[in-house]
Write a protein that binds this ligand. Structure first.
Ligand code: SAH
Length: 371
C-alpha cells in the first residue's frame, strides 16, 4: 500500500517537479485509493495515535455541556446544526450526545452533521452514532445554513501545511523532491521577495535557516467560519496541539504505531500532522467577522468546566479498577507533562455573546468597521 502511494507521489514529482509539502501531505493523507485516511484505522491503541476522547469519556461529556450552554445563550434555537469536523471513530460525539440528553430540549433540537473525508471512518461513525441520524458532508462549506454549534478535535493538525525556509536575504519554499536513489528528500526552492510575502508578517524577520509554516486549508476554514458566525448565530470549539503567538517551526511530524518517524519515509502508512498556529487561525476568523476567545490550555478549559467534579462523581460509582482508569485518563488530559498545556482550546463565536465558560479574560474582537 505504501509503495503504491509512494510510487504515485514519485511519478508526479518526475512529471511536475518537486511538490510543496502541502501537496505531498494531501496525497499521502487523502489520495482516494491509497491515502492514509482513505485506507486505514489510524486512531486508538491498535492504530498510530490516541486522542483525548479515546482517553476519557469526561472529555466529550464536558464539551457537550459547553455546547448546551452556548445553545441556551443564543436562545435555544430548534433546529440547531451540530457539526463535527473530523469525528474520527465517533467517540467524542457519542459521549457528547449522552451528556446532551440531560439538558431538556437540547438533544431533540440537534441536527448532527459530520464533516469527514475518510470512507473507513464514516463506517465507524455510522456504527457508533447511527441512532442520531447523522448527515455526512465533505467540506465545512457544504453545511446547511442556520444556527450552528461546531466542534473539531485534532482536525486542524491534519490539514496540509506549506513550509518556508529563511535564506540569506529572502524566504524560499521547502519542497519534496527525489534523490538519486528515488527516495524523498526536502529541497529548498528559489529564494524570492514574492515567497517572503507568504510568510506570516511576525516571522519574516527570523534569522537565516528558520522555518515558517502556514496552513492555507486551516486559514480557509477560519475565514469561512468567521464569516458565517458573523451572519448566523453559533459557536465553535477547536482543540489541538499548537502554539500562539505564531512561532518558527518546523513542526511537521509523522506517527506510526505511536512512534515518531521521518515524514518522508512512509507516505500513506504514517499519520502526518503539524502543530496548529492558533494565532494565525484566530486572526483569520476575526477578519471573517467572528469573535474568538483563547486559546487557553486544555487543562484550564477542562478544569473550569468541572473535570474534577465529574471525575469524583463517576469514581464514587466505579469499581477500583474503573476508578484507576478514570483517574489515569483525567490525569493524562490535565497534567502539564501530558496533554494539559500542549493542547489548546480556541472558541470562535458570533459577536456580542457572553464570554463562554473556560475562556474568562481571553476575548479577541474584529477591528471596528471602516466607515
Ligand atoms: N476528532 C477525532 C479524530 C482526529 S483524527 C478524535 O479526536 O479522535 C483527524 C480526523 O479528521 C479523521 O477523522 C480524519 O479522517 C479527518 N480529516 C482529516 N482531514 C480531513 C479533511 N480535509 N476533511 C474532512 N475530514 C478530515
Amino acid at each position: 500500500m505504501t509503495e503504491e502511494i509512494a510510487a504515485k507521489i514519485a511519478k508526479r514529482i518526475r512529471t511536475e517537479g518537486p511538490l510543496t509539502v502541502a501537496a505531498y501531505m494531501a496525497m499521502a493523507l487523502h489520495d482516494p485509493a491509497n491515502g492514509y485516511y482513505s485506507t486505514g484505522a489510524p486512531i486508538g491503541a491498535a492504530g498510530d495515535f490516541t486522542t483525548a476522547p479515546e482517553i476519557s469519556q469526561i472529555y466529550g461529556e464536558l464539551i457537550g455541556l459547553w455546547c448546551a450552554d452556548r445553545w441556551r445563550r443564543v436562545g435555544r434555537p430548534d433546529p440547531v446544526i451540530l457539526a463535527e469536523l473530523g469525528p474520527g471513530r465517533g467517540v467524542l460525539m457519542g459521549d457528547f450526545l449522552r451528556a446532551a440528553r440531560t439538558v431538556p430540549g437540547f438533544c431533540s433540537a440537534l441536527r448532527l452533521h459530520l464533516v469527514e473525508t475518510s470512507p473507513v471512518l464514516r463506517v465507524e461513525q455510522q456504527r457508533r452514532l447511527g441512532d442520531a441520524r447523522p448527515v455526512w458532508v465533505e467540506r465545512i462549506g457544504d453545511l446547511p445554513d442556520g444556527p450552528m454549534l461546531l466542534i473539531a478535535n485534532e482536525f486542524l493538525d491534519a490539514l496540509p501545511i506549506r513550509q518556508f525556509v529563511r535564506g540569506a536575504k529572502y524566504w524560499s519554499e521547502r519542497m519534496v523532491a527525489l534523490d538519486s536513489e528515488g527516495g524523498f528528500v526536502f529541497v529548498d526552492g528559489p529564494e524570492s521577495p514574492a515567497v517572503s510575502l507568504l510568510v506570516p508578517a511576525g516571522l519574516r524577520g527570523s534569522p537565516a535557516g528558520a522555518i515558517a509554516e502556514i496552513s492555507p486549508a486551516a486559514l480557509a476554514v477560519a475565514a469561512l467560519l468567521g464569516n458565517r458566525l458573523a451572519r448566523q448565530p453559533g459557536a465553535a470549539l477547536f482543540i489541538d496541539y499548537g502554539y500562539s503567538p505564531s512561532a518558527p517551526g518546523p513542526t511537521l511530524r509523522a506517527l506510526s504505531r505511536h512512534r515518531a518517524i521521518s515524514p518522508l519515509t512512509a507516505p500513506g502508512r504514517a499519520d502526518l500532522s503539524a502543530y496548529v498556529d492558533f494565532a494565525a487561525f484566530a486572526e483569520a476568523a476575526v477578519i471573517g467577522g467572528a469573535q474568538t476567545h483563547g486559546p487557553v490550555s486544555q487543562s484550564r478549559f477542562l478544569e473550569a468546566l468541572g473535570a474534577r467534579v465529574r471525575l469524583a462523581a463517576l469514581s464514587a460509582r466505579a469499581t477500583p479498577s474503573q476508578r484507576l482508569a478514570l483517574e489515569t485518563g483525567v490525569r493524562r488530559l490535565l497534567h502539564v507533562d501530558e496533554m494539559g498545556e500542549l493542547f489548546k482550546v480556541l472558541a470562535v463565536v458570533s459577536p456580542g455573546l457572553q464570554v463562554p465558560p473556560g475562556f474568562e479574560n481571553s476575548l479577541r474582537e474584529p477591528p471596528p468597521q471602516a466607515a
